[in-house]
Design a protein around this ligand. Sequence first.
Ligand SMILES: Cc1cc2nc3c(=O)[nH]c(=O)nc-3n(C[C@H](O)[C@H](O)[C@H](O)COP(=O)(O)OP(=O)(O)OC[C@H]3O[C@@H](n4cnc5c(N)ncnc54)[C@H](O)[C@@H]3O)c2cc1C
Length: 467
Amino acid sequence: MSSHLSYWFKQALEMESPLDTQTLATDISADVAIVGGGYTGLWTAIMLKQQQPHLDIVVIDKGLCGSGASGANGGCMLTWSTKYPTLKRLFGEEQAKWLVEESEQAVYDIEQFCFEHNIDAQLYRSGTFYTATNSAQQGQMQPIVEQLEQLACNSWTSCSKPELTASTGSNQHIEGHYSPAAGSVQPALLVRGLRRVAIQLGIKVYENTAMERLEFGSPAVVNTPHGSIYAGKVVLGLNAWMIEHFKPFKRSIVVVSSDMVITDPIKKQLEQSGLKQGASVVDSRIFVHYYRDTKDGRLMLGKGGNQFSFANRVDPMFNKQSQYADLISRSFSHLFPELGQSEFAYSWTGGSDRSVTGLPFFGHLDGQENIVYGFGYSGNGVTQTRIGAKILTSLVLERQDAWSQCGLAKGPLGYFPPEPIRWLGAMMVRNAVRRKEDAEDREETPRPWDKWLAKFAGAAGKADKVE
Ligand SMILES: Cc1cc2nc3c(=O)[nH]c(=O)nc-3n(C[C@H](O)[C@H](O)[C@H](O)COP(=O)(O)OP(=O)(O)OC[C@H]3O[C@@H](n4cnc5c(N)ncnc54)[C@H](O)[C@@H]3O)c2cc1C
Protein backbone atom coordinates (compact mmCIF):
# COMPACT_ATOMS: atom_id res chain seq x y z
CA MET A 1 0.00 0.00 0.00
CA SER A 2 1.20 3.52 -0.81
CA SER A 3 2.71 5.43 2.09
CA HIS A 4 0.48 8.48 1.72
CA LEU A 5 -2.67 7.29 3.42
CA SER A 6 -5.50 9.61 4.36
CA TYR A 7 -4.94 11.44 7.63
CA TRP A 8 -7.75 9.42 9.23
CA PHE A 9 -6.58 6.01 8.06
CA LYS A 10 -3.04 6.68 9.20
CA GLN A 11 -4.36 7.71 12.62
CA ALA A 12 -6.62 4.64 12.87
CA LEU A 13 -3.85 2.21 11.93
CA GLU A 14 -1.44 3.81 14.41
CA MET A 15 -4.04 3.23 17.13
CA GLU A 16 -4.35 -0.45 16.12
CA SER A 17 -0.64 -1.14 15.90
CA PRO A 18 0.50 -3.93 15.70
CA LEU A 19 -2.05 -4.84 13.06
CA ASP A 20 -3.76 -8.16 13.41
CA THR A 21 -4.64 -9.14 9.86
CA GLN A 22 -5.28 -12.39 8.02
CA THR A 23 -4.89 -13.19 4.32
CA LEU A 24 -6.79 -15.99 2.59
CA ALA A 25 -4.32 -18.81 1.90
CA THR A 26 -6.55 -21.76 1.04
CA ASP A 27 -9.85 -22.69 -0.60
CA ILE A 28 -12.88 -22.20 1.61
CA SER A 29 -16.68 -22.32 1.44
CA ALA A 30 -19.13 -19.75 2.76
CA ASP A 31 -22.85 -19.05 2.72
CA VAL A 32 -22.09 -15.44 1.79
CA ALA A 33 -18.85 -13.98 0.42
CA ILE A 34 -18.62 -10.20 0.61
CA VAL A 35 -16.05 -8.55 -1.62
CA GLY A 36 -14.95 -5.13 -0.37
CA GLY A 37 -14.31 -4.26 3.28
CA GLY A 38 -15.59 -0.70 3.32
CA TYR A 39 -18.78 0.51 4.98
CA THR A 40 -21.00 -1.19 2.37
CA GLY A 41 -19.40 -4.61 2.74
CA LEU A 42 -19.01 -4.49 6.51
CA TRP A 43 -22.48 -3.08 7.33
CA THR A 44 -23.98 -5.77 5.07
CA ALA A 45 -21.93 -8.51 6.73
CA ILE A 46 -22.97 -7.30 10.19
CA MET A 47 -26.67 -6.94 9.34
CA LEU A 48 -26.78 -10.37 7.73
CA LYS A 49 -25.09 -11.99 10.72
CA GLN A 50 -27.31 -10.18 13.21
CA GLN A 51 -30.45 -11.26 11.35
CA GLN A 52 -29.33 -14.80 10.48
CA PRO A 53 -26.65 -15.83 13.01
CA HIS A 54 -26.26 -19.28 11.46
CA LEU A 55 -24.86 -17.82 8.20
CA ASP A 56 -21.21 -18.42 7.49
CA ILE A 57 -20.00 -15.04 6.18
CA VAL A 58 -16.61 -14.08 4.74
CA VAL A 59 -15.41 -10.55 3.90
CA ILE A 60 -12.36 -9.95 1.74
CA ASP A 61 -10.58 -6.72 0.84
CA LYS A 62 -7.72 -6.25 -1.59
CA GLY A 63 -6.04 -3.95 0.93
CA LEU A 64 -6.96 -3.39 4.56
CA CYS A 65 -10.61 -2.85 5.45
CA GLY A 66 -11.14 0.89 5.05
CA SER A 67 -8.37 1.40 2.52
CA GLY A 68 -10.89 2.72 -0.02
CA ALA A 69 -13.25 5.65 0.36
CA SER A 70 -14.47 4.57 3.79
CA GLY A 71 -11.12 5.36 5.39
CA ALA A 72 -10.41 8.50 3.39
CA ASN A 73 -13.63 10.51 3.29
CA GLY A 74 -14.46 13.80 4.95
CA GLY A 75 -16.48 12.14 7.69
CA CYS A 76 -19.46 14.46 7.16
CA MET A 77 -22.56 12.50 8.17
CA LEU A 78 -25.19 13.91 5.85
CA THR A 79 -28.55 12.63 4.65
CA TRP A 80 -30.72 12.51 1.56
CA SER A 81 -33.03 15.28 2.76
CA THR A 82 -31.32 17.74 0.39
CA LYS A 83 -31.83 15.26 -2.44
CA TYR A 84 -35.59 15.11 -1.95
CA PRO A 85 -36.41 16.70 -5.36
CA THR A 86 -34.31 14.10 -7.20
CA LEU A 87 -35.75 11.26 -5.14
CA LYS A 88 -39.27 12.50 -5.86
CA ARG A 89 -38.57 12.88 -9.58
CA LEU A 90 -37.18 9.34 -9.79
CA PHE A 91 -39.29 7.40 -7.33
CA GLY A 92 -42.38 9.46 -6.49
CA GLU A 93 -43.37 11.36 -3.38
CA GLU A 94 -44.06 8.49 -1.01
CA GLN A 95 -40.77 6.68 -1.61
CA ALA A 96 -38.81 9.92 -1.62
CA LYS A 97 -40.21 10.84 1.79
CA TRP A 98 -39.45 7.37 3.12
CA LEU A 99 -35.84 7.49 1.88
CA VAL A 100 -35.31 10.94 3.38
CA GLU A 101 -36.63 9.71 6.73
CA GLU A 102 -34.60 6.52 6.57
CA SER A 103 -31.43 8.47 5.79
CA GLU A 104 -32.02 10.70 8.81
CA GLN A 105 -32.77 7.67 10.99
CA ALA A 106 -29.51 6.10 9.78
CA VAL A 107 -27.53 8.89 11.45
CA TYR A 108 -29.12 8.02 14.81
CA ASP A 109 -28.72 4.28 14.14
CA ILE A 110 -25.00 4.60 13.41
CA GLU A 111 -24.56 6.61 16.59
CA GLN A 112 -26.47 3.97 18.57
CA PHE A 113 -24.51 1.13 16.96
CA CYS A 114 -21.20 2.76 17.86
CA PHE A 115 -22.40 3.27 21.43
CA GLU A 116 -23.64 -0.33 21.80
CA HIS A 117 -20.52 -1.85 20.29
CA ASN A 118 -17.98 0.43 21.90
CA ILE A 119 -16.71 1.95 18.66
CA ASP A 120 -15.02 5.20 19.61
CA ALA A 121 -15.26 6.77 16.17
CA GLN A 122 -15.30 10.34 17.51
CA LEU A 123 -18.86 10.60 16.24
CA TYR A 124 -20.62 13.88 17.00
CA ARG A 125 -24.30 14.07 16.12
CA SER A 126 -24.03 17.85 16.10
CA GLY A 127 -25.97 18.50 12.91
CA THR A 128 -25.09 20.22 9.70
CA PHE A 129 -25.29 23.70 8.22
CA TYR A 130 -26.13 24.03 4.52
CA THR A 131 -25.19 27.55 3.55
CA ALA A 132 -24.78 30.09 0.78
CA THR A 133 -21.52 32.04 0.62
CA ASN A 134 -22.52 34.39 -2.20
CA SER A 135 -25.76 35.73 -3.61
CA ALA A 136 -25.81 33.26 -6.54
CA GLN A 137 -26.03 30.41 -4.03
CA GLN A 138 -28.90 31.97 -2.10
CA GLY A 139 -32.40 30.53 -2.17
CA GLN A 140 -31.50 26.94 -3.11
CA MET A 141 -32.62 25.27 0.11
CA GLN A 142 -35.90 27.12 0.66
CA PRO A 143 -38.01 25.23 -1.95
CA ILE A 144 -36.68 21.90 -0.64
CA VAL A 145 -37.47 22.86 2.94
CA GLU A 146 -41.00 23.88 1.89
CA GLN A 147 -41.62 20.54 0.20
CA LEU A 148 -40.32 18.63 3.21
CA GLU A 149 -42.45 20.82 5.46
CA GLN A 150 -45.58 19.93 3.49
CA LEU A 151 -44.78 16.25 3.97
CA ALA A 152 -44.19 16.78 7.68
CA CYS A 153 -40.65 15.44 7.46
CA ASN A 154 -38.60 18.61 7.57
CA SER A 155 -35.66 18.69 10.00
CA TRP A 156 -34.24 22.01 8.72
CA THR A 157 -34.51 25.42 10.36
CA SER A 158 -33.38 28.65 8.79
CA CYS A 159 -30.48 30.47 10.53
CA SER A 160 -29.94 34.21 10.67
CA LYS A 161 -26.59 35.61 9.52
CA PRO A 162 -25.46 36.27 13.15
CA GLU A 163 -26.44 32.70 14.09
CA LEU A 164 -24.43 31.38 11.18
CA THR A 165 -21.38 33.45 12.01
CA ALA A 166 -21.65 32.31 15.63
CA SER A 167 -21.86 28.58 14.78
CA THR A 168 -19.97 27.95 11.55
CA GLY A 169 -16.68 29.60 12.50
CA SER A 170 -16.77 31.77 9.38
CA ASN A 171 -18.48 35.05 8.55
CA GLN A 172 -18.65 34.19 4.84
CA HIS A 173 -22.03 32.48 5.14
CA ILE A 174 -24.80 34.84 4.16
CA GLU A 175 -27.68 32.36 4.33
CA GLY A 176 -28.06 28.93 5.87
CA HIS A 177 -30.19 26.13 7.24
CA TYR A 178 -29.43 23.78 10.11
CA SER A 179 -30.51 20.18 10.63
CA PRO A 180 -29.73 18.22 13.81
CA ALA A 181 -30.02 14.89 11.92
CA ALA A 182 -26.37 14.90 10.84
CA GLY A 183 -22.88 15.30 12.24
CA SER A 184 -19.37 14.06 11.74
CA VAL A 185 -17.24 11.02 12.46
CA GLN A 186 -13.60 9.98 12.18
CA PRO A 187 -14.34 7.84 9.13
CA ALA A 188 -11.46 5.37 9.42
CA LEU A 189 -12.17 4.69 13.10
CA LEU A 190 -15.74 3.90 12.08
CA VAL A 191 -14.77 1.44 9.35
CA ARG A 192 -12.06 -0.22 11.46
CA GLY A 193 -14.59 -0.42 14.31
CA LEU A 194 -17.07 -2.16 12.02
CA ARG A 195 -14.33 -4.61 11.05
CA ARG A 196 -13.68 -5.37 14.72
CA VAL A 197 -17.39 -5.91 15.44
CA ALA A 198 -17.74 -8.12 12.34
CA ILE A 199 -14.91 -10.35 13.57
CA GLN A 200 -16.41 -10.47 17.06
CA LEU A 201 -19.72 -11.61 15.55
CA GLY A 202 -17.93 -14.54 13.92
CA ILE A 203 -17.55 -13.12 10.42
CA LYS A 204 -14.23 -14.11 8.81
CA VAL A 205 -12.32 -11.12 7.47
CA TYR A 206 -9.42 -11.62 5.06
CA GLU A 207 -7.36 -8.56 4.10
CA ASN A 208 -4.75 -8.12 1.37
CA THR A 209 -6.93 -10.63 -0.47
CA ALA A 210 -8.03 -9.34 -3.86
CA MET A 211 -10.82 -10.87 -5.91
CA GLU A 212 -9.14 -11.61 -9.23
CA ARG A 213 -12.06 -13.29 -10.93
CA LEU A 214 -15.67 -14.13 -10.16
CA GLU A 215 -17.12 -17.32 -11.62
CA PHE A 216 -20.88 -17.46 -11.97
CA GLY A 217 -22.76 -20.54 -10.80
CA SER A 218 -24.04 -22.20 -7.71
CA PRO A 219 -21.86 -21.92 -5.77
CA ALA A 220 -20.31 -18.80 -7.25
CA VAL A 221 -16.53 -18.80 -6.97
CA VAL A 222 -14.49 -15.79 -5.85
CA ASN A 223 -10.92 -16.38 -6.95
CA THR A 224 -8.12 -14.70 -5.02
CA PRO A 225 -4.33 -15.16 -5.45
CA HIS A 226 -3.96 -17.90 -2.80
CA GLY A 227 -7.41 -19.40 -2.44
CA SER A 228 -10.95 -19.50 -3.78
CA ILE A 229 -14.19 -18.91 -1.94
CA TYR A 230 -17.08 -21.19 -2.94
CA ALA A 231 -20.06 -19.10 -1.94
CA GLY A 232 -23.81 -19.58 -2.00
CA LYS A 233 -24.24 -15.81 -2.34
CA VAL A 234 -21.82 -13.03 -3.25
CA VAL A 235 -22.12 -9.35 -2.33
CA LEU A 236 -19.98 -6.89 -4.30
CA GLY A 237 -19.26 -3.82 -2.16
CA LEU A 238 -16.49 -2.64 -4.42
CA ASN A 239 -17.37 1.02 -4.84
CA ALA A 240 -15.80 2.44 -8.03
CA TRP A 241 -13.59 -0.64 -8.43
CA MET A 242 -16.74 -2.38 -9.61
CA ILE A 243 -16.20 -0.95 -13.09
CA GLU A 244 -12.71 -2.43 -13.33
CA HIS A 245 -14.17 -5.92 -13.05
CA PHE A 246 -17.55 -5.65 -14.71
CA LYS A 247 -17.61 -3.88 -18.06
CA PRO A 248 -21.42 -3.30 -18.25
CA PHE A 249 -21.00 -0.76 -15.43
CA LYS A 250 -18.26 1.17 -17.20
CA ARG A 251 -20.45 4.13 -18.08
CA SER A 252 -22.66 4.03 -14.98
CA ILE A 253 -20.34 6.25 -12.93
CA VAL A 254 -17.51 8.74 -13.29
CA VAL A 255 -14.67 8.63 -10.80
CA VAL A 256 -14.21 12.11 -9.43
CA SER A 257 -11.78 13.29 -6.78
CA SER A 258 -12.48 14.96 -3.49
CA ASP A 259 -9.48 16.65 -1.91
CA MET A 260 -8.89 17.57 1.70
CA VAL A 261 -6.54 19.57 3.90
CA ILE A 262 -6.34 19.44 7.69
CA THR A 263 -4.65 21.85 10.10
CA ASP A 264 -2.51 21.15 13.13
CA PRO A 265 -4.48 21.33 16.37
CA ILE A 266 -5.81 24.90 16.79
CA LYS A 267 -8.29 24.23 19.57
CA LYS A 268 -8.24 27.69 21.15
CA GLN A 269 -8.74 29.49 17.83
CA LEU A 270 -11.58 27.15 16.93
CA GLU A 271 -13.27 27.79 20.27
CA GLN A 272 -12.95 31.54 19.66
CA SER A 273 -14.35 31.14 16.13
CA GLY A 274 -17.51 29.59 17.57
CA LEU A 275 -17.56 26.62 15.18
CA LYS A 276 -20.03 24.13 16.63
CA GLN A 277 -18.04 21.08 17.69
CA GLY A 278 -18.66 18.09 15.44
CA ALA A 279 -21.03 19.86 13.03
CA SER A 280 -20.53 19.54 9.26
CA VAL A 281 -20.72 22.71 7.21
CA VAL A 282 -21.43 22.52 3.47
CA ASP A 283 -21.86 25.40 1.03
CA SER A 284 -24.10 25.52 -2.04
CA ARG A 285 -21.59 25.34 -4.86
CA ILE A 286 -21.73 22.69 -7.52
CA PHE A 287 -18.24 21.61 -6.45
CA VAL A 288 -18.95 21.95 -2.75
CA HIS A 289 -16.73 22.99 0.10
CA TYR A 290 -17.29 20.95 3.23
CA TYR A 291 -15.63 21.37 6.59
CA ARG A 292 -15.68 20.21 10.18
CA ASP A 293 -13.46 20.17 13.24
CA THR A 294 -11.92 17.08 14.86
CA LYS A 295 -11.86 15.84 18.41
CA ASP A 296 -8.28 17.03 18.87
CA GLY A 297 -9.08 20.53 17.62
CA ARG A 298 -8.07 20.44 13.97
CA LEU A 299 -10.03 21.94 11.13
CA MET A 300 -10.55 19.92 7.93
CA LEU A 301 -11.67 21.49 4.67
CA GLY A 302 -12.55 19.45 1.59
CA LYS A 303 -13.63 20.24 -1.92
CA GLY A 304 -15.19 17.97 -4.54
CA GLY A 305 -14.90 17.89 -8.31
CA ASN A 306 -11.22 18.69 -8.79
CA GLN A 307 -10.14 15.79 -10.96
CA PHE A 308 -11.92 13.29 -13.19
CA SER A 309 -10.18 10.00 -13.80
CA PHE A 310 -9.53 9.15 -17.45
CA ALA A 311 -11.08 5.76 -18.31
CA ASN A 312 -12.36 5.71 -14.73
CA ARG A 313 -9.17 4.24 -13.31
CA VAL A 314 -9.64 4.10 -9.56
CA ASP A 315 -6.34 3.24 -7.86
CA PRO A 316 -4.50 6.37 -9.06
CA MET A 317 -7.14 8.47 -7.26
CA PHE A 318 -6.28 7.15 -3.79
CA ASN A 319 -3.42 7.30 -1.31
CA LYS A 320 -1.89 10.48 -2.62
CA GLN A 321 -1.18 13.93 -1.39
CA SER A 322 -3.71 16.33 -2.90
CA GLN A 323 -2.53 18.10 -6.05
CA TYR A 324 -5.11 20.74 -5.25
CA ALA A 325 -3.89 21.73 -1.79
CA ASP A 326 -3.14 25.27 -3.04
CA LEU A 327 -6.65 25.65 -4.41
CA ILE A 328 -8.15 24.44 -1.13
CA SER A 329 -5.73 26.61 0.80
CA ARG A 330 -7.13 29.66 -1.03
CA SER A 331 -10.66 28.56 -0.13
CA PHE A 332 -9.51 28.11 3.47
CA SER A 333 -8.11 31.65 3.62
CA HIS A 334 -11.35 32.99 2.15
CA LEU A 335 -13.53 31.15 4.67
CA PHE A 336 -11.29 31.63 7.72
CA PRO A 337 -9.10 34.72 7.17
CA GLU A 338 -8.75 35.28 10.91
CA LEU A 339 -7.12 31.85 11.41
CA GLY A 340 -4.17 33.03 9.32
CA GLN A 341 -3.48 29.46 8.24
CA SER A 342 -1.23 29.02 5.24
CA GLU A 343 0.39 25.69 6.13
CA PHE A 344 -1.50 22.46 6.66
CA ALA A 345 -0.51 19.40 8.60
CA TYR A 346 -1.70 17.05 5.88
CA SER A 347 -3.53 16.85 2.58
CA TRP A 348 -4.96 13.87 0.71
CA THR A 349 -7.27 12.89 -2.08
CA GLY A 350 -9.70 10.09 -2.96
CA GLY A 351 -12.03 9.07 -5.76
CA SER A 352 -15.82 9.03 -5.51
CA ASP A 353 -18.20 6.92 -7.55
CA ARG A 354 -20.48 9.57 -9.02
CA SER A 355 -23.61 8.22 -10.71
CA VAL A 356 -25.82 10.09 -13.18
CA THR A 357 -28.53 10.59 -10.53
CA GLY A 358 -26.16 11.36 -7.65
CA LEU A 359 -27.67 8.33 -5.87
CA PRO A 360 -26.34 4.80 -5.38
CA PHE A 361 -27.85 1.85 -7.19
CA PHE A 362 -28.17 -1.81 -6.31
CA GLY A 363 -29.17 -5.01 -8.06
CA HIS A 364 -28.28 -8.48 -9.23
CA LEU A 365 -25.16 -8.79 -11.35
CA ASP A 366 -25.84 -9.84 -14.91
CA GLY A 367 -29.07 -11.65 -14.03
CA GLN A 368 -27.29 -13.84 -11.44
CA GLU A 369 -29.77 -14.46 -8.60
CA ASN A 370 -26.98 -15.18 -6.12
CA ILE A 371 -24.71 -12.18 -6.84
CA VAL A 372 -25.70 -8.68 -5.72
CA TYR A 373 -23.91 -5.35 -5.84
CA GLY A 374 -24.27 -1.74 -4.73
CA PHE A 375 -22.29 1.43 -5.44
CA GLY A 376 -22.59 4.95 -6.89
CA TYR A 377 -22.96 6.86 -3.60
CA SER A 378 -21.63 9.98 -5.33
CA GLY A 379 -19.74 11.36 -2.36
CA ASN A 380 -22.65 10.85 0.06
CA GLY A 381 -21.99 7.51 1.67
CA VAL A 382 -20.97 7.77 5.30
CA THR A 383 -24.60 7.59 6.42
CA GLN A 384 -26.13 6.16 3.25
CA THR A 385 -24.03 2.97 3.13
CA ARG A 386 -26.07 1.76 6.09
CA ILE A 387 -29.15 2.07 3.93
CA GLY A 388 -27.24 0.36 1.11
CA ALA A 389 -26.57 -2.52 3.50
CA LYS A 390 -30.29 -2.81 4.26
CA ILE A 391 -31.01 -3.14 0.55
CA LEU A 392 -28.22 -5.68 0.04
CA THR A 393 -29.29 -7.68 3.10
CA SER A 394 -32.80 -7.86 1.74
CA LEU A 395 -31.56 -8.93 -1.70
CA VAL A 396 -29.29 -11.62 -0.22
CA LEU A 397 -32.08 -12.99 1.96
CA GLU A 398 -34.45 -12.91 -1.04
CA ARG A 399 -37.01 -10.87 0.85
CA GLN A 400 -39.79 -9.20 -1.10
CA ASP A 401 -39.87 -6.08 1.03
CA ALA A 402 -39.65 -2.30 0.73
CA TRP A 403 -35.84 -2.45 0.51
CA SER A 404 -35.53 -5.05 -2.24
CA GLN A 405 -38.39 -3.43 -4.17
CA CYS A 406 -37.32 0.20 -3.85
CA GLY A 407 -36.25 2.36 -6.77
CA LEU A 408 -32.60 2.28 -5.71
CA ALA A 409 -32.56 -1.51 -6.24
CA LYS A 410 -33.19 -1.35 -9.98
CA GLY A 411 -29.60 -1.00 -11.22
CA PRO A 412 -28.07 2.10 -12.82
CA LEU A 413 -30.63 4.76 -13.74
CA GLY A 414 -28.49 6.48 -16.34
CA TYR A 415 -25.20 6.32 -18.25
CA PHE A 416 -22.40 8.75 -19.04
CA PRO A 417 -21.00 9.05 -22.58
CA PRO A 418 -18.08 6.76 -23.56
CA GLU A 419 -14.39 7.79 -23.41
CA PRO A 420 -12.78 10.01 -24.57
CA ILE A 421 -15.95 12.14 -24.75
CA ARG A 422 -16.70 11.56 -21.08
CA TRP A 423 -13.33 12.77 -19.83
CA LEU A 424 -13.01 15.67 -22.26
CA GLY A 425 -16.58 16.73 -21.52
CA ALA A 426 -16.02 16.40 -17.77
CA MET A 427 -12.92 18.61 -17.93
CA MET A 428 -14.71 21.22 -20.02
CA VAL A 429 -17.59 21.29 -17.58
CA ARG A 430 -15.24 21.35 -14.60
CA ASN A 431 -13.39 24.37 -15.95
CA ALA A 432 -16.65 26.15 -16.73
CA VAL A 433 -17.94 25.46 -13.20
CA ARG A 434 -14.72 26.86 -11.77
CA ARG A 435 -14.97 30.06 -13.83
CA LYS A 436 -18.67 30.42 -13.00
CA GLU A 437 -18.13 29.93 -9.28
CA ASP A 438 -15.11 32.25 -9.21
CA ALA A 439 -17.22 34.96 -10.88
CA GLU A 440 -20.02 34.38 -8.37
CA ASP A 441 -17.57 34.66 -5.48
CA ARG A 442 -16.63 38.08 -6.86
CA GLU A 443 -20.38 38.85 -7.10
CA GLU A 444 -19.98 39.19 -10.87
CA THR A 445 -22.26 37.69 -13.52
CA PRO A 446 -20.72 34.52 -14.99
CA ARG A 447 -20.35 34.23 -18.75
CA PRO A 448 -23.46 32.65 -20.35
CA TRP A 449 -21.31 29.88 -21.90
CA ASP A 450 -19.94 28.93 -18.49
CA LYS A 451 -23.42 28.97 -16.97
CA TRP A 452 -24.72 26.77 -19.75
CA LEU A 453 -21.88 24.27 -19.47
CA ALA A 454 -22.13 24.20 -15.69
CA LYS A 455 -25.66 22.84 -16.02
CA PHE A 456 -24.12 19.57 -17.18
CA ALA A 457 -22.50 19.19 -13.77
CA GLY A 458 -26.00 19.25 -12.37
CA ALA A 459 -26.53 22.85 -11.43
CA ALA A 460 -30.23 22.11 -11.12
CA GLY A 461 -30.24 21.94 -7.38
CA LYS A 462 -28.76 20.55 -4.21
CA ALA A 463 -29.38 17.06 -5.45
CA ASP A 464 -26.58 17.26 -7.93
CA LYS A 465 -23.73 18.68 -5.93
CA VAL A 466 -20.32 17.11 -6.40
CA GLU A 467 -18.98 16.24 -2.95
C1 LIG B 1 -12.23 11.72 -0.70
C2 LIG B 1 -13.64 11.37 -0.38
C3 LIG B 1 -14.36 12.17 0.49
C4 LIG B 1 -15.67 11.82 0.82
N1 LIG B 1 -16.33 12.54 1.77
C5 LIG B 1 -17.56 12.13 2.19
C6 LIG B 1 -18.21 12.79 3.25
O1 LIG B 1 -17.68 13.70 3.87
N2 LIG B 1 -19.46 12.35 3.59
C7 LIG B 1 -20.06 11.30 2.96
O2 LIG B 1 -21.19 10.95 3.30
N3 LIG B 1 -19.42 10.60 2.00
C8 LIG B 1 -18.19 10.99 1.61
N4 LIG B 1 -17.53 10.28 0.65
C9 LIG B 1 -18.17 9.04 0.11
C10 LIG B 1 -18.00 7.83 1.03
O3 LIG B 1 -16.70 7.79 1.54
C11 LIG B 1 -18.29 6.57 0.24
O4 LIG B 1 -19.55 6.68 -0.38
C12 LIG B 1 -18.29 5.31 1.09
O5 LIG B 1 -17.12 5.22 1.86
C13 LIG B 1 -18.43 4.09 0.19
O6 LIG B 1 -18.20 2.93 0.94
P1 LIG B 1 -17.98 1.56 0.18
O7 LIG B 1 -17.82 0.52 1.20
O8 LIG B 1 -19.07 1.38 -0.81
O9 LIG B 1 -16.66 1.78 -0.66
P2 LIG B 1 -15.12 1.68 -0.19
O10 LIG B 1 -14.93 2.15 1.18
O11 LIG B 1 -14.30 2.32 -1.25
O12 LIG B 1 -14.89 0.13 -0.16
C14 LIG B 1 -14.63 -0.64 -1.31
C15 LIG B 1 -13.55 -1.62 -0.94
O13 LIG B 1 -13.38 -2.57 -1.99
C16 LIG B 1 -12.03 -2.96 -1.97
N5 LIG B 1 -11.71 -3.59 -3.25
C17 LIG B 1 -11.57 -3.02 -4.46
N6 LIG B 1 -11.28 -3.94 -5.40
C18 LIG B 1 -11.23 -5.14 -4.76
C19 LIG B 1 -10.99 -6.47 -5.17
N7 LIG B 1 -10.72 -6.78 -6.44
N8 LIG B 1 -11.02 -7.46 -4.25
C20 LIG B 1 -11.29 -7.18 -2.95
N9 LIG B 1 -11.53 -5.92 -2.49
C21 LIG B 1 -11.51 -4.92 -3.39
C22 LIG B 1 -11.28 -1.66 -1.75
O14 LIG B 1 -9.98 -1.89 -1.25
C23 LIG B 1 -12.19 -0.96 -0.74
O15 LIG B 1 -11.76 -1.13 0.59
C24 LIG B 1 -16.26 10.65 0.25
C25 LIG B 1 -15.52 9.85 -0.64
C26 LIG B 1 -14.22 10.21 -0.95
C27 LIG B 1 -13.45 9.33 -1.87
